[in-house]
Ligand binder design. Structure first.
Ligand code: RIB
Ligand code: CA
Length: 311
């Protein structure tokens, strides 16, 4: 039975690659795509999500307008990383499909109440939509099957500040609310995603995909690679969100370690840092399964193979 998924996303180049992966994943049933601010404004993320759904040939799926700003802090965007349009050098036609204007947090509540204990939320952007759903209807915390979150950095340095990963940095209060919700929570931090570097070699291996898919991947990742080499001396680009999505297809791609994780809300230098209590010093109940090791080769092979299904 395919897993019921809500994809909460801020497309965003790696978000886009994750959406393409989900489009070629018969293992999952996509209930909807909820869009959040993050890599760029909500408006641009929503426009990108609608266009990506058409590029990927996904039909009959709601793309739902979500939060335009974080719960507490000011809005952040990452256009130096993803381009001012959010998809690097890639340009997609404006979608003919319109967004579902129901607020994303209401859509999440509706889907979880319609499918109790069946819905997994794949969250690859700031957690604002999910937190708003929990604030409005706390009882859904007991009905969400699980959350898989691309976010956080445990040992790895932050990519938004020296300590904070970008999704958590964008809305630390929201991430804290979701971490405290008691929902079964899998965290896919930079520690593993920054081992998954998509390179020109992988792009060349995507040789069976139809031209508009291959051109999109080439044009979006070219911008992303330029950012990575300039700012992080990485020859390629970390495909963070596709790794989180891939866990829905094969959870053995990573080794999970169970920890009590909290997010620092006090700062100032460590604000939005995700902290794992290794030795149980805080005597708190485990609240996260944290991916700390990844089979990079198997993941990259899976990603390339699924991209080549876009005939
Ligand atoms: O830190 C990486 C995360 O921030 C990814 O989800 C990327 O898309 C950005 O949202
Ligand atoms: Ca993202």
């Amino acid at each position: 039975m395919p897993q019921k998924i809500i994809f909460d996303t801020d497309p965003g180049i790696d978000d886009a690659l994750a959406l393409l992966l989900l489009a070629k994943s018969p293992e999952i049933e996509l209930l909807g795509i909820t869009v959040t601010h993050g890599n760029t404004s909500q408006e641009k993320c929503l426009r990108n999500a609608l266009s990506l759904v058409e590029l990927a040939g996904i039909e009959g799926i709601d793309v739902v307008r979500g939060a335009t700003e974080p719960l507490v802090k000011e809005l952040s965007v990452a256009e130096e990383t993803h381009g001012d349009g959010g998809l690097g050098y890639a340009k997609l036609p404006t979608a003919s499909k319109k967004a579902n204007e129901k607020p994303a947090h209401d859509f999440i509540i509706e889907m979880v109440e319609k499918h109790p204990d069946e819905v997994t939320i794949l969250a690859v952007g700031p957690m604002t939509n999910v937190a708003l759903a929990l604030l409005k209807r706390p009882e859904i915390g007991k009905k969400v099957r699980s959350i898989i979150s691309m976010g956080g950095a445990i040992h790895y340095p932050g990519n938004a500040t020296p300590q904070a990963e970008y999704n958590v940095f964008c809305d630390p209060e929201a991430f804290d609310i979701v971490l405290r919700s008691g929902i079964d929570f899998t965290l896919v931090p930079l520690d593993v995603t920054y081992k998954c570097i998509f390179t020109k070699k992988h792009l060349e291996q995507i040789n069976a995909a139809r031209p508009e898919i291959k051109n999109f991947i080439a044009d979006s990742t070219r911008f992303y690679m330029e950012f990575h080499v300039k700012h992080q001396s990485i020859e390629g680009c970390a495909i963070n969100d596709p790794l989180a999505a891939a866990l829905l297809l094969d959870s053995t791609l990573v080794k999970l370690e169970d920890y009590f994780v909290r997010v620092d809300l006090m700062g100032p230098t460590s604000k939005a840092k995700t902290i794992a209590d290794y030795y149980g010093a805080l005597n708190q109940k485990v609240n996260a399964h944290v991916a700390m090791q990844v089979d990079v080769e198997r993941f990259m092979e899976l990603f390339v193979e699924r991209m080549n299904r876009f005939q």
